[in-house]
Ligand binder design. Structure first.
Ligand code: FNR
Length: 338
């Protein structure tokens, strides 16, 4: 059942048509006409999960568990290796019940030998499951995903969300690797982030509204029900980042995800408070529809354009980019002030 669901998620994502808005266009950055920067000396490297990486972008959790997933993970891991991008696998719950699905996950570590690989499980998992998931991949960290909206529209989904916070607290206490708590495209409120922080979570991936839409992806599996009136639900990614940052917690590491598709989204994410960015749906579409070489060109262009925008922001490195001035306009401003 789970195996088919994984394949359906990929196929339905590719069939989805709803376009949300992460509200990155409501963030305004200033052009610097005298940057005094040599483009060739721009430094995009950052520290992430105790390793130094070349660029603040990771391939976020998507798949594993079927032969189609294995092919996709192989392609994505090869792209990750080429650019030294960290990569998270999709939910490993399936491995805990089906040994045959191991290979579709293990392939990621086989390809990314030295780089960053991140495990993934849901908030319904316990510390023992988390250890198994990490051990399988010799993972550098584990993501725990929060997805009540997705579960509710999934025919066979969970309906009882009690106990998740306790599970996460236990995982954070017992895990030998850092824990990242993430959404799946509906965004995290300031309250959610603070609640997670208070139980010891120090890495959040807001995975906000504006990119992949799991109401639509799940709805495409069940043509008998119409959930289209729910498709606009969620906290836009840029709002989630600004609100999480406004908590002023120095040791909170914020990952921008949800509708991150291009260099402008990356630059704006870092300017408003994120330390890292992550991409799922867009790179999935590139690898499945365009293939490996086309995806390489996409990421290459994205890095080049990020460097151009850094020059134009007057930022020589990522920590300078995180300090540039910005203004908020439009709907994002209304949401922040309302
Ligand atoms: C996902 N996502 C996801 N997240 C997670 O934590 N575990 C998972 O197994 C999956 N599976 C999955 C499958 C597919 C096909 C997609 C498109 C996405 C969610 C993903 O990691 C991310 O949080 C959201 O997709 C938002 O980012 P994008 O897609 O807008 O860049």
């Amino acid at each position: 059942m789970r195996k088919y669901r994984k394949t359906e998620h990929i196929e339905n994502f590719l069939r989805s048509t709803y376009v949300g808005d992460a509200l990155f266009s409501d963030i305004f950055l200033y052009n610097d006409s005298i940057p005094e920067i040599d483009y060739n000396e721009i430094d995009t490297s950052v520290d992430f999960l105790n390793k130094k990486i070349k660029f603040p972008l990771m391939i976020n959790a998507m798949t594993g568990g079927s032969s189609l997933s294995e092919e996709i993970n192989k392609g994505l891991a090869s792209v990750a290796l080429e650019f030294d991008l960290p990569m998270a696998v999709g939910s490993q719950s399936i491995v805990l019940e089906d040994e045959d699905s191991r290979k579709s996950f293990e392939i990621v570590r086989e390809i990314i030998k030295e780089g960053i690989v991140i495990s993934n499980l849901s908030g319904f998992s316990n510390a023992e499951d988390a250890k198994k998931a990490v051990d399988l991949l010799n993972a550098d960290a584990i993501q725990i995903h929060l997805n009540p909206a997705q579960e509710l529209v999934q025919i066979e989904g969970e309906r009882n969300f009690c106990g998740i916070l306790k599970n996460i607290e236990e995982i954070v206490k017992k895990s030998e690797v850092p824990v990242i708590v993430k959404e799946v495209g509906f965004g995290m409120s300031k309250k959610t982030v603070k609640t997670l922080y208070d139980i010891g979570v120090r890495n959040v991936d807001v995975s906000g509204y504006g990119g992949s839409n799991f109401f639509e992806i799940e709805n495409l599996r069940d043509p008998n029900t119409d959930f289209s009136d729910l498709f606009s639900w969620g906290i836009p990614t840029s709002l989630s980042i600004i609100e999480a940052k406004s908590l002023n917690l120095d040791d909170l590491y914020i990952i921008s995800a949800g509708g991150v598709k291009n260099s402008m989204d990356i630059v704006k994410s870092l300017a408003i408070g994120a330390s890292m960015t992550a991409i799922s749906g867009e790179i999935l579409a590139y690898i499945v529809r365009g293939g490996y070489d086309y995806t390489l060109r996409y990421i290459d262009g994205l890095i080049e354009k990020t460097k151009m925008l850094m020059v134009l922001n007057g930022a020589k490195n990522i920590s300078e980019l995180q300090k540039v001035d910005y203004k908020v306009t439009g709907k994002l401003k209304e949401l922040l002030e309302g």
